[in-house]
Write a protein that binds this ligand. Structure first.
Ligand SMILES: *Cc1c(COP(=O)(O)O)cnc(C)c1O
Length: 380
């Protein structure tokens, strides 16, 4: 028996989380110490200062890297801090391609901060191979993709995008927040980097912010370790503990998220008030075939457009009782939101603007009959 042959759920509970050597404690201790004693100057037992490395964070880094099948993992204070560590590797004149419905914060980081410092960018539909080929340039250094995307739930082929990007020497970064490592492993599909907002499904309980970067390549890992320590956007030991606690149940939570989301998507698909349902698990979704190939199941996010447009959408999101009206996603409780005025407000006047009639659901793990009854009363 070794870690490399363990199944996902076993890795989620045991990798990086061996009983504490000093005490036998079953759970990883929260090591709050900021500094560690040295037997002689410059000698240490693996830890010297907590920004550089911390035992609780090291456990989390081994655990999530194990779930992504990655050689190296780096934990950050938020998903955006993780993304910033990657985009910050670029130099003026470098070019980035990102998906045309990228997470709004990713767009804001690349266009709003790095765009001002000489990084060029293009936003394209990454489900369209021709559009991607047209956007790639010799100076393209990174291609940022999400699949499924937020909030349109479009599905792009990770292997195909990676092949095209690698042909011009670009690094492929997959934001794997929506799928989680339980449903999709970007590195195994051909990408170079998997990045996460651990705030969402990895934490899973709406009580901790975090970000994560997983890579295989040693040289890239060295640069990321340098940035993590030099810039210092690291999570606290307590946050690392909450994330370790969350990922132990990631597999069972995702199974329920997926089953509930599938039932919600099918219910909405047959509802007279609904114009269109966006869920990759529905057989008529344009990305269904690719999703079935590269994902283990179709995830917990469902978007839809009502026949009544924006007014109907605002009325519906204000009428649910079990689904709570809030931003964010990926936790045990079900959430509903209107992206145009909430999560996607920052992209309102950009190429990434979304339909104000769109509603996004993060389907939680409550009793499915209660979720369906809640949506039914809100739509009638
Ligand atoms: C939330 C989110 C982020 C940003 O993560 P934070 O933890 O909020 O900083 C990035 N990408 C996706 C897809 C997200 O949902």
């Amino acid at each position: 028996m070794s870690e490399s042959t363990w199944g996902f759920e076993t890795r989620a509970i045991h990798v990086g989380q061996e009983p504490d050597e000093a005490t036998g404690a079953i759970t990883v201790p929260i090591h709050l110490a900021t500094t560690f004693v040295q037997p002689a100057p410059g000698q240490h037992r693996g830890y010297e200062y907590s920004r550089t490395s911390n035992p609780t964070r090291a456990a989390l880094e081994r655990a999530v890297a194990g779930l992504e099948g990655a050689a190296h993992g780096f934990a950050f204070a938020s998903g955006m801090a993780a993304e910033d560590a990657l985009v910050g590797l670029l130099h003026p004149g470098d070019h980035v391609v990102l998906g045309s419905d990228a997470y709004g914060g990713t767009f804001r980081l690349i266009a709003g901060i790095y765009g001002e410092r000489g990084i060029e960018w293009s936003a394209v539909d990454l489900t369209d191979a021709g559009a991607l080929a047209g956007a790639l340039r010799p100076e393209t250094r990174q291609v940022w993709m999400e699949t499924p995307t937020n909030p349109m739930l479009a599905v792009a082929d990770v292997g195909a995008v990676a092949d095209a990007a690698h042909a011009v020497g670009a690094t492929v970064v997959v934001d794997n927040t929506f799928a989680t490592p339980y449903l999709q492993n970007p590195l195994a599909l051909g990408a170079d980097v998997a990045v996460h907002s651990s705030t969402k499904y990895l934490g899973g309980h709406s009580d901790v912010l975090g970000g994560f970067v997983a890579v295989n390549e040693d040289e890239l890992a060295e640069r990321l370790a340098f940035v993590q320590n030099a810039a210092g956007a690291v999570p606290s030991p307590f946050d690392c503990y909450l994330l370790l606690r969350g990922i132990k149940t990631l597999g069972v939570r995702m199974d329920r998220h997926c089953n509930n989301a599938r039932a919600v998507a099918e219910f909405l698909d047959g509802h007279p008030a609904v114009d269109r349902v966006l869920y990759p698990g529905l057989p008529d979704h344009p990305g269904h075939g690719v999703a079935a190939r590269q994902m283990r199941d179709f995830g917990g996010m469902v978007s839809f457009i009502l026949r009544g447009g924006e007014a109907a959408a605002v009325a519906a999101v204000c009428s649910t009782k079990v689904f709570l009206l809030a931003e964010s996603l990926g936790a045990v409780e079900s959430l509903i939101e209107q992206p145009a005025t909430m999560t996607h407000l920052s992209v309102a006047d950009s190429p990434l603007a979304v339909d104000p009639g769109l509603i996004r659901l993060s389907v939680g793990i409550e009793t499915i009959d209660d979720l369906l009854a809640d949506l039914d009363q809100a739509l009638s």
